[in-house]
Each structure stands twice: as structure tokens, then as C-alpha cells.
Design a protein around this ligand. Structure first.
Ligand code: HEM
Length: 798
């Protein structure tokens, strides 16, 4: 039977949950909405840029193949910038205008944890004392609320900066405030893949049914990853099949389906403090003669983690690290069933505290639970280190006091049974594994009474911050007579919680619903019909159309090639956000406009596959044939970076067939656009079209955070050689655009082109438009024909 891997194709589930972004450069923006309606406008523009599982999984697969083909080098040409968006309970409430959880299931559930938020759950999670919300930089529930969390991940710092800058502008335009920005990046060189204490991280992740390919020899494990068990997808994606012991899948509200709950924690690490403590504890163990002579600080630290720095598990390599062994570095094929006392990998090691695998006993006299009984406790971790690595010789970045730590991110379907349970009931509970305290009696085979195992010494403390009670870690070793000795070790805490948020990462169709103020699914991916309707009604590809929204701010108008000034009417495709509608404008003084067809998703255009939003379109000057095929350059920002592609529209019998003529390229292919950040719109110079084999354009672009314009020319012919004809000018130098910070697009007034020596244009900017005229001839004097009005005046756009 063929393996079902349909989750790899999901265009509903956001990227990063199942298909990790896996990028070196990360920025998380914690956002607050000042105005719900504007926040929905912001979300409408953002939604098309949000990555899907399909996109990320496809990219990751291509990347791995290219890497393997090149003998292990990262393929530099394969880059992507990914965006993921999640919302807190308050954020969902604001966007939808209604309580997402008006009633809660009985008891302390993951849904209740989400509604309460991380700050109110702090007490039960060890976020007290220095870790308490009052010391947090975000999410403390008191100062600035967090409504949304935007995770941006890119291959290079430059790409990340550009994407963050674009998101900053988009947020500011809609009164979405950045409450806190946390950057994080993979450590470099020999520290690549490691967290700041110096240990390889991100090795043990669960396999997911329907996403990860099972091994032909053992279908319960991921192919090529021995020891990585496949877990039901419903443990991470709400509403899907989950484990029998988990929260019943049909009790998740419909809006959670195909989404996942996200925990984001900023965990500060005191690296020199942690390592000097290891040295002190090693000294204590040496004095107690509890460790072999060859034990070093590395040896003890590896036991605290459960793996060596390289990632090699202590249970397979008990004596020393094997730094140059790539197989050992990702070894996951182990459990602890043969080490019930924790004599090799201590019971309190971070690995056994966070995922006890087969090895967890109800009490020392009971057989271990099978590993699959803990399916419902797994989490998917997507953390990245932040701050410069510790360099003892540095006074600046890298110095001991420079902030550094782990930007911890994890996904799960149930905050209570997964993240909170691991944190509170395993890592932070001294009596876990349970029922080991023999009180004052010495169990057979032991040299002294057996205490509780103690808390996780990688992240926690031995002292209860509320009661002051100290519960040491139980270091177990064999004495010379073969008896098990228990040596108490007190660890202080060198990881501090400095921010925490619980958020929910919804499906793409719920995101579209939220754009319209509803916590319900809307629309979705449409079929690839290959044809656009023009002058016809109906659904594209048999898919539902989007819910009605206003079509402004407008991104671009494209004239329907064979419907320009036909019987006194001109038709245009009006692009806005992730949609497009067909409108018509009548000749005559009133220029009566009407909507010919409702919005369709951009994705229903074959040539716009994977385009989240059209920024602007430039008709190729010498390839316009209203009765046949016309060719266009389409500029679009998908995943935060602008690219352009070549597309065609062929007219015939009232139907329009679109095709992708050449796939995306970077702006750097255009010599005339050198230095341009993003092209916003084009305005053809009216009397300089195809004159002497050349066409001239004013190119309006946003570079360095502000819009400017430059003059360029494009030659006819196959090469379409482009030249920058004049350097950039400020918008304020264009008289009729006075007062505008940005032009979204120009729409030539159809019956006022080169009439009496001048041409008129509607200029769209945000919620408003104005009308200007440009005279032919040198200098192209321009003037304002009529001042700003609300786009509401356009019946076709409202
Ligand atoms: C600064 C804090 C932390 C550090 C330095 C840290 C470090 C590590 C390291 C080095 C590993 C081994 C690599 C691997 O197996 O993937 C690991 C594994 C793991 N950590 Fe953490 N961690 C931290 C916080 C947390 C927190 C807060 C949680 C959850 C509440 C957590 C859960 C896990 C889990 C589930 C594993 C995998 C265990 C397994 O499946 O064998 N960690 N961590």
C-alpha cells in the first residue's frame, strides 16, 4: 500500500510546524494591534506571504538533495525567506471581535492555558523569582500586550533585514506596534547547530505520521532516522488523529483545525556561570570518590545533558566524545530501558527529564513503560540561539555579560499535556521519575537510602523559589563493592526566563477568515484552471470565491488586452492583496465604473502560482497584441523579497489563458534598477513609448524606507536592454504628487490619453486617490486635476 504523505502537500498548515524553516537567521516580532480594523488590513496583506507546509517541505527536500549532490556543501543559490504568524488569545479576540473560547472544557486543559496566557501560568512552570513575568521583556501581561507573533526566517542576514524592514513598514502603516523584536541566529563555525552551553541541539525531534516517510524495515520509525518514532499528527496539528491518551480530537474548536499551539520563550543562558558550576560539582564528586579518574568537566556536563557536545549520546559513548563522527552526532537510536538507575545517563539529565523514552518506570520495582505511551508528551522544537557566543577574551560582543540564550519555540496540539507537562511535571519536579524516595531505608543493592532524582540541572534550580526548600540532584554511582551510592549535588540555575508567550498558529483558511473578522475558514487554494474569466461570472476552478472586501489599497490595474475602449468601456483587472477583481470604466466625463466580477484568489491565475501579492505589472512594450498574446513583467514580493517573472495573457473568445513564460528572477537582472529595494509602480512616459525603438518609464520604488522615482528606458528586441536615464528624485519633487508619501499605482484615464497634448491619470495611494495630468514634451509639466478623495467613491472597488 502506498504511504500516505499527504501532510507534505498541505497548503492549509503553516510552514515551520511540520516542515521546519531551518534558516540561520531568525527574527521574531511580538506585535500589538492598536486598531482592530487596521490590523485586519495588515493581516490581509500579510496572509499571502505566509509560508505553507508544502512550500517549506518542497524547498527543504530540494535543499537536501542539492546538498547531498554537492558532497555536503550548502547550495548557495537555493534561498528562501519564510514567514509564520500566530496569535495570542487576545489577538484572536481583537481580530474576530468575539471570544474564541466562550466555554472551556472541564478541568485544566491546553485550551484553558492558551486563554490564560503564559504570564498567568508562570507560577506552575517555575517562572517565579528572577524568572517571573515582572522581569520579562515581552508577554508579561502587564505592560504592552502581545497580540501576534511574526516569525521571519532567512538564509542571510541581509535577506532577513530586508524582510524585517518590509514588515516594519507594513505594520506601521496599519498601526500594528512592534512591542519587542528578538533576533536569533545559528552559531557559526565549529559551534554550528549548537546552543550556547556548547551542545548540539535539535537532534531528537518526533517523526510525524502523514509527513515523515516511514522506514521500510520498521514502519514505526522515520526512514533514514533510526530511533525517530512516528507520532500521530494530531499531537501537533489540532483536529487530526491523535493518541488515545490525548485530549479528544473532536473537542478542539473548529478554528483550531490544521493549526498548532506555539510556545515562545526567551531563555537567557549564563554560559561562564554554568560551566564554572560544572567544575565545582566535579570537584565535589571527586572528593566523594563518586566519579572515575578520567572524569572531566566535559564528562560531567555530558551527563547533565545526556549527550556530549557533538550530540553523541552518553548511553552509546559513556567515556568520551567522538567529535568527528557524523553518525554519532545525530544518533537517536537509543532508549534507557537498560539503565533504570541512571548510572550511565542520569535520571535527571536533560534528555531523560524531557523525553524519558523507554526507561520510565512507575516505581523502581515496575517494568518500564513502552516509549509509545509517551507519544502525547512530545513537542516539536524550533528554537535558535540568540546573542554572540561566549568568548572569554572579549569585552564587547561575546563577553560574559553580553546577552545570549535560546529563543525557544515549540509546537504542540495541547499546551497543558505537552509543553507545560514537560516543564512542570518532569524537568521542574524533583520527584520525577516518581516513587524512588526510599525514605530512611537503604534498598537492597544500594549503599545508602535512595532520594528523589532531583530537577533538570541544565535549566532548573535545586532550590524551590517559593518555599526555599532545597532538593539536590541524586548522583548515582557504583562503589568499589558494586553497591549503588547516592551523592547529593546542589545545582544553581543559570537559565533565566526573560519572556514567554503562548500563541496559536492557525491554518491558512482561518487566517483568511480573520482578515474578514471571522474566526472561521474562508476560501483556500483554488484549482489551476489556466484561464481567467473576463466578462463572465462564476467560480474559478470550481473553488469558492473569497469573501467580499474592499479592493483598496490597490496594488495594480492591468488593462484587459482586448477590452480597452471597446463600445465605450474599458476593463481592468484590479489587483489587491491576495486577490484580483474585474472592473470596467466607461468613457465620458463621469467615468462610471462598475464591478464586472467579484474577487478571485491570485492563486487561481496559472501564471501567478506561488505569488502572494502583485506589487506592479509592466507590459513588455513590443509584445502587446490585444487580439492574441501579450507579455508582462510581474513584480511580486513573496516571502518578503521582491522578484519578477515573465507572464503572458492570450485572449480568445472572451477567455484569457495565462502562462508563466519565465520563472522568478531577482531585481539584479535589471541594470536600470540598480540599488532599488522594491519597485512599487510604473508610469509610462506618455509621449515616449516605442519611439526610436525605445520606451521610457518613471519607476517608483521604495528604497531605504522611502519612495523615490527614477527614469529608465527599455529597448525593443529580444534583449530588452534597459538603461537608467536619470538618477533618483524625491516624491516631493513631483508637483502634482505633493503631500503623498507613497503612490500605490497609476491608472491611466482611458479616454484622456494624449488628448490635446496631455494625458490624465488616477493616482492611488492608500485609502485615497487623486487625478493628475502630464503634458507631452520636454519637462513633461504635470498638474493636479482634482485633489484627494476616498476610494469609496469607486463603486467597483468597494
Ligand atoms: C536554555 C535552555 C535549554 C537548553 C540549553 C537546552 C538544550 C538541549 C540540548 C543540548 C538537547 C539535546 C539535543 C537533542 O536531543 O535534540 C535538548 C533536547 C531536548 N530539550 Fe532542551 N534545552 C533547553 C530548554 C528546554 C526546554 C524549556 C524544554 C521543554 C520544556 C526542552 C525540551 C527538550 C526536549 C524535548 C529535548 C529532546 C529530548 C529527546 O527527545 O531525547 N528544552 N535540549
Amino acid at each position: 500500500m502506498a504511504t500516505d504523505l499527504s501532510l507534505r502537500e498541505s497548503e492549509e498548515i503553516q510552514g515551520d510546524i511540520l516542515a521546519g524553516f531551518k534558516k540561520d537567521n531568525v527574527s521574531i516580532l511580538f506585535l500589538k494591534f492598536e486598531d482592530a480594523a487596521r490590523a485586519r488590513d495588515w493581516l490581509r496583506k500579510l496572509t499571502p506571504q505566509i509560508s505553507t507546509t508544502r512550500e517549506v517541505a518542497t524547498f527543504n527536500e530540494a535543499f537536501s538533495e542539492a546538498k547531498a549532490a554537492s558532497g555536503g556543501d550548502d547550495p548557495k543559490s537555493l534561498t528562501a525567506t519564510w514567514l509564520g504568524i500566530s496569535f495570542t488569545y487576545e489577538g484572536l479576540l481583537m481580530l474576530s471581535g468575539s471570544d474564541p473560547l466562550p466555554t472551556l472544557p472541564q478541568g485544566d486543559t491546553g485550551l484553558k492555558a492558551f486563554k490564560e496566557g503564559a504570564a498567568r501560568r508562570a507560577g506552575g512552570l517555575g517562572d517565579t523569582g528572577d524568572n517571573s513575568p515582572e522581569n520579562w521583556l515581552f508577554g508579561n501581561g502587564r505592560t504592552q500586550s502581545v497580540h501576534a507573533v511574526l516569525k521571519i526566517s532567512a538564509d542571510t542576514e541581509k535577506d532577513l533585514q530586508a524582510a524585517v524592514e518590509a514588515q516594519r513598514i507594513a505594520a506601521a502603516e496599519c498601526r500594528v506596534v512592534i512591542v519587542y523584536q528578538q533576533n536569533a541566529k545559528t552559531l557559526l563555525g565549529s559551534r554550528r547547530g549548537k546552543e550556547h552551553f556548547g551542545f548540539k541541539d535539535g537532534i531528537s525531534e518526533p517523526g510525524v505520521k502523514g509527513f515523515d516517510r516511514p522506514s521500510p524495515s520498521d514502519p514505526e520509525q522515520v526512514d533514514g532516522h533510526p530511533g525517530t518514532r512516528i507520532i500521530p499528527a494530531g499531537e501537533f496539528i489540532c483536529g487530526l488523529e491523535n493518541d488515545q491518551f490525548s485530549f479528544p480530537k473532536d473537542q478542539y474548536p473548529a478554528w483550531t483545525h490544521n493549526g498548532s499551539f506555539q510556545v515562545v520563550r526567551r531563555l537567557a543562558q549564563d554560559v561562564p556561570g554554568w560551566w564554572s558550576q560544572v567544575a565545582v560539582k566535579l570537584g565535589e564528586l571527586r572528593t566523594a570518590k563518586a566519579v572515575p579518574d578520567h572524569a572531566t568537566t566535559e564528562w560531567l556536563a555530558a551527563r547533565m545533558v545526556g549527550r556530549w557536545r557533538s550530540g553523541a549520546p552518553v548511553c552509546h559513548f559513556p567515556d568520551r566524545d567522538v567529535p568527528n563522527n557524523p553518525t554519532a552526532a545525530k544518533d537517536n537510536a537509543f532508549d534507557f530501558a537498560d539503565d533504570p538507575e541512571g548510572l550511565v545517563t542520569p535520571l535527571w539529565s536533560h534528555l531523560r527529564k524531557t523525553e524519558p523514552r523507554a526507561g520510565l518506570q512507575e516505581s523502581p520495582d515496575k517494568p518500564p513503560f513502552p516509549a509509545k505511551d509517551l507519544n502525547g508528551r512530545r513537542i516539536i522544537r524550533r528554537g535558535t540561539p540568540y546573542g554572540e557566543p561566549f568568548d572569554p577574551a572579549s569585552e564587547g560582543p561575546g563577553g560574559p555579560d553580553d546577552p545570549r540564550g535560546l529563543l525557544f519555540v515549540c509546537y504542540q496540539a495541547d499546551l497543558k499535556r505537552q509543553f507545560e507537562f514537560i516543564q512542570a511535571s518532569w524537568m521542574d519536579r524533583a520527584n520525577f521519575p516518581p516513587n524512588r524516595n526510599s525514605q530512611d531505608t537503604t534498598p537492597p543493592g544500594h549503599a545508602n537510602p535512595r532520594p528523589v532524582p532531583g530537577r533538570d540541572p541544565v535549566t532548573q534550580n535545586c532550590t524551590d523559589p517559593d518555599t526555599g526548600e532545597v532538593t539536590p540532584v541524586d548522583y548515582e554511582s557504583r562503589d568499589t563493592g558494586g553497591l549503588i551510592r547516592h551523592t547529593p549535588l546542589n545545582f544553581a540555575q543559570f537559565v533565566q526566563t526573560t519572556g514567554s508567550v503562548y500563541a496559536f498558529m492557525p491554518s491558512l483558511s482561518i487566517l483568511r477568515g480573520l482578515c474578514e473578522g471571522r474566526l472561521a475558514p474562508v476560501g483556500g487554494q483554488t484549482g489551476q484552471s489556466g484561464t481567467q474569466t473576463g466578462g463572465q461570472t462564476g467560480q474559478i476552478g470550481g473553488q469558492p470565491r473569497p469573501q467580499p472586501v474592499k479592493a483598496y489599497p490597490c496594488d495594480e490595474f492591468v488593462s484587459v488586452p482586448d477590452q480597452y475602449r471597446r463600445a465605450g468601456q474599458s476593463q481592468y483587472w484590479a489587483f489587491h492583496g491576495d486577490r484580483c477583481r474585474l472592473i470596467s470604466i466607461a468613457d465620458g466625463t463621469a467615468h462610471t465604473d462598475r464591478r464586472v466580477e467579484d474577487d478571485t484568489w491570485l492563486t487561481s491565475w496559472t501564471c501567478l502560482r506561488d505569488v502572494g501579492r502583485v506589487d506592479c505589472v509592466l507590459p513588455v512594450p513590443d509584445q502587446q497584441d490585444p487580439a492574441g498574446k501579450s507579455v508582462y513583467w510581474v513584480f511580486h514580493s513573496t516571502a518578503g523579497r521582491q522578484q519578477y517573472r515573465l507572464v503572458s495573457i492570450t485572449c480568445g473568445g472572451g477567455r484569457y489563458t495565462t502562462a508563466l513564460e519565465r520563472s522568478d528572477r531577482d531585481l539584479t537582472y535589471w541594470g536600470s534598477l540598480s540599488g532599488v529595494g522594491q519597485v512599487d509602480c510604473w508610469l509610462p512616459v506618455p509621449d515616449q513609448q516605442r519611439v526610436g525603438g525605445k520606451s521610457w518609464y518613471w519607476c517608483f520604488h521604495t528604497t531605504g524606507g522611502r519612495q523615490q522615482y527614477r527614469l529608465i528606458s527599455i529597448a525593443d528586441g529580444t534583449a530588452h536592454t534597459d538603461v537608467r536615464e536619470r538618477t533618483d528624485r524625491e516624491l516631493s519633487q513631483w508637483g502634482s504628487l505633493n503631500g503623498l508619501n507613497r503612490v500605490d499605482c497609476f491608472l491611466p484615464v482611458p479616454d484622456c490619453q494624449r488628448v490635446g497634448g496631455s494625458s490624465e491619470y488616477w493616482v492611488f495611494s492608500g485609502q485615497n486617490y487623486r487625478r493628475i495630468s502630464i503634458a507631452d514634451g520636454s519637462g513633461h509639466p504635470d498638474r493636479l486635476v482634482s485633489g484627494d478623495r476616498s476610494c469609496d467613491a469607486w463603486a467597483s472597488l468597494s
